[in-house]
Design a protein around this ligand. Structure first.
Ligand code: ZN
Length: 335
């Protein structure tokens, strides 16, 4: 695919579609947005500094989709302020950690950035690029957002935020390999315990597409886990169930982390195991939406009885999946 230069961030990371006198952009840095044709004509003249561009790029990246026109442009950019470098470093860290939430995982940042230079200069792309698989391309796509998340215009700014603030001063990151070998043998970035604490305290501000499943791990509920996963996916979210999840830390810590980073939690109360109740309570304390489910005929603990239960019957999983999908769509919205 050929990438165009984005009219906002000026990176070659954008595709464009024309539709009804509007230009629809998909930019790896800014996200998706539309510019009216009238505004487009004078768009470049609207910016006098690169700070204005990075502020708008950051704003667009945080919105689902914005349509910019002559009517709203000035009001949109008027209140955008570039944060100080320490805040930018924090935002960059939260973004990188959000992409790499498995403790012990290594952020192959140097490699991603190397690949990134090729997309800005596609002719320099060496043949080795064919080694990069689909997953890598996906990671790479998301790493481009580091520009907008950290209000950076040049890569040297991102590098400076990582080296001076995140590694040296704040000590949220350190260089290393972990158990992971990067393609070019550059060290990656590893999140330190201090970094994880900061991440945990701030995770609520991060938009999540994850739905957590709190359930008794008894094998008799294995089918139910699959049905709940199907409903979460159907509603447009990614299911997270710690059963079978590859983790190498104490499960409690992983559980807290995964609930914190989830948008909502499905708690199945068909068992007398207290775990699901505890996890539901923890999520409610974090202001997360909790959807309780229960086997038909089973009476859950009284404290949760007043909440609307989505009931399941092993003889009709389809009905349950549909009901749960609708419940997620109605209470939380489409993911
Ligand atoms: Zn852009």
């Amino acid at each position: 695919m050929k990438y165009l230069k984005c009219p906002v961030c000026e990176k070659f990371a954008t595709t464009k579609k024309e539709k009804n006198e509007r230009f629809e952009y998909q930019c790896f840095v800014c996200g998706s947005f539309t510019i009216s044709e009238q505004l487009f004509v004078s768009f470049n003249k609207k910016f006098t500094t690169s700070d204005e561009r990075v502020c708008l790029s950051n704003y667009l990246s945080l919105q689902k989709h914005t349509t910019l026109s002559n009517i709203n442009f000035n009001d949109t950019v008027k209140y955008l302020v570039k944060p100080n470098p320490a805040e930018r470093a924090d935002n960059l860290f939260l973004y990188l950690a959000h992409l790499n939430q498995e403790i012990g995982s290594v952020i192959p940042y140097a490699e991603l950035i190397e690949f990134l230079t090729y997309i800005f200069a596609p002719s320099a792309l060496p043949s080795k690029a064919s080694f990069y698989d689909k997953q890598f391309a996906t990671d790479f796509k998301y790493v481009l957002r580091a520009y907008s998340q950290s209000h950076s215009f040049k890569y040297s700014e991102i590098e400076g935020l990582i080296d001076s603030f995140l590694i040296k001063e704040k000590k949220y990151l350190e260089e290393g390999y972990g158990s992971f070998r990067t393609f070019n043998h550059h060290p990656g970035l590893i999140i330190t315990p201090r970094g994880w604490s900061f991440f945990n305290e701030n995770i609520r501000g991060v938009d999540s597409s994850q739905g957590f499943i709190a359930i008794d791990f008894d094998p008799k509920f294995n089918d139910l886990i699959e049905w709940i996963k199907a409903a979460i996916k159907e509603a447009g979210y990614s299911p997270m169930c710690l059963k079978g999840h590859d983790h190498n830390v104490i499960i409690d810590d992983e559980m807290y982390l995964q609930i914190r980073k989830s948008k909502f939690l499905i708690a199945d109360l068909s068992s007398d195991n207290n775990g699901a109740y505890f996890e539901a309570g923890f999520a409610l304390g974090l202001d997360k939406d909790v959807i309780p489910t229960c086997k038909e005929g089973h009476s859950p603990h009284f404290d949760i009885n007043h909440r609307l239960l989505t009931k399941w019957n092993p003889d009709d999983p389809e009905k349950f999946i549909k009901a749960l999908t609708n419940r997620i769509l109605n209470t939380i919205g489409e993911g």
